[in-house]
Design a protein around this ligand. Structure first.
Ligand SMILES: Nc1nc2c(ncn2[C@@H]2O[C@H](COP(=O)(O)OP(=O)(O)OP(=O)(O)O)[C@@H](O)[C@H]2O)c(=O)[nH]1
Ligand SMILES: [Mg+2]
Length: 341
């Protein structure tokens, strides 16, 4: 028979997968001993769910360990979730580390403007990140393509599907949606702060299919490393983006909140389109106005339509050849790619 301690070790938080414990308030899985017996959730999950009070888990996610575990599971398939506003080359090296059957799900399609066609996204991922026929766009919130994906994995006889990807890519929201569609209660904690899921959460979705939620990989170059978490929550779009396009003559700049300044330093006018939260404050100013010039900057020579990515916020499309200067909170946030549009 198990001792009381053994039983205590076995009880897991339904929201984040941590083992519930009553000893250390600063460690994952903490609940007060008075409520341990009746708690299904740790205090952190409870506060996120009921009060919108966020605290970030102080835990280093063992990415290599997760990948190793999955690769050594002979029944494993992987769905690698990629946030549609944050498709960058870094993802490629992570996907390549999995040597099991793989699917790429481009998430949060509902936040993309309708003008950005799904075909373009899939083509971009296929040509630049992972050359496969197993790439789909989904939206958990709008129930888009979820049934089609379930049908696909059923046809492929997938038995254990690990949901992996960077933090905030929408893994737990996706699983909650699967639970709802199977008439089960959506139990997993979700939030737009990093590291919401702390450990594996295994859910038997049907007799044939088990789903495993995993802690998201941390990207040291993403916006949540540079802005406090309460602000991160506000920066990310919640609804379909209305693209903000500015015809910008040479000697003008666009400033977005206190985060980003994009300046036309070329000789000709350019068209600058923001694929990010349209509720942020966008201001067109003359270059001589020094707003945000205190932030570090990088110059880009644009020779073809280009997207400048601001990791975790979205991207800015520069349409015409020219020269652009970008000031940002940190230059690690910034990268560029050939425009996917
Ligand atoms: N608009 C929209 N938002 C989504 C969708 N899926 C997830 N989100 C939001 O994205 C944020 C992150 O979602 P989570 O499901 O917690 O992400 P995760 O990948 O499980 O994150 P970690 O557990 O930290 O690895 C939350 O604010 C969700 O509401 C979607 O389909 N559409
Ligand atoms: Mg999660």
């Amino acid at each position: 028979m198990n001792s009381f301690e053994d039983l205590m070790e076995d009880k897991k938080c339904l929201g984040c997968g941590s083992t519930l414990q009553t000893d250390d308030v600063d460690k994952e899985g903490f609940v007060k001993s008075s409520v341990y017996e009746k708690s299904d959730y740790c205090e952190r999950c409870f506060k996120i769910m009921h009060y919108g009070e966020y605290s970030v888990l102080d835990k280093k996610i063992d990415t290599d360990g997760i990948i190793r575990n999955i690769n050594s599971d002979e029944y494993a398939s992987v769905a690698f979730l990629v946030d549609s506003l944050n498709i960058n080359e870094k993802i490629k090296s992570y996907i390549n580390k999995f040597n099991v059957n793989k699917y790429i799900l481009i998430t949060k399609k509902d936040v993309l403007p309708k003008s950005l066609k799904e075909k373009k996204l899939i083509e971009y991922v296929k040509n630049n990140i992972f050359d496969s026929e197993n790439i789909m766009c989904i939206s958990s919130i709008k129930n888009y393509n979820i049934d089609a994906f379930l049908k696909r994995i059923d046809n492929d006889n997938v038995r254990r599907l690990y949901i992996v990807g960077f933090t905030n890519s929408g893994k737990s929201t996706f699983i909650n949606h699967l639970l709802t569609s199977c008439l089960k209660k959506p139990t997993i904690t979700t939030s737009s702060i990093p590291n919401t899921t702390a450990s594996y959460i295994t859910i038997k979705l049907s007799n044939k299919l088990t789903i495993v939620d995993t802690p998201g990989f941390i990207d040291n170059n993403a916006i949540y490393n540079f802005v406090d978490y309460q602000k991160v929550v506000k920066l990310y779009p919640k609804k379909e983006i209305k693209v903000k396009t500015f015809q910008t003559r040479s000697g003008y700049a666009i400033v977005v909140n206190n985060v980003l300044r994009i300046e036309n330093i070329g000789s000709k006018s350019n068209s600058i389109s923001f694929y990010m939260n349209d509720k942020l404050r966008y201001e067109k100013i003359k270059s001589k106005n020094d707003k945000l010039t205190i932030l570090p900057s990088v110059n880009y020579e644009i020779t073809e339509p280009t997207d400048i990515l601001i990791n975790g916020l979205g991207f800015v499309r520069i349409t015409k050849p020219g020269n652009i200067r970008v000031h940002a909170l940190d230059l690690k946030l910034i990268s560029k790619r050939k425009s996917m549009i």
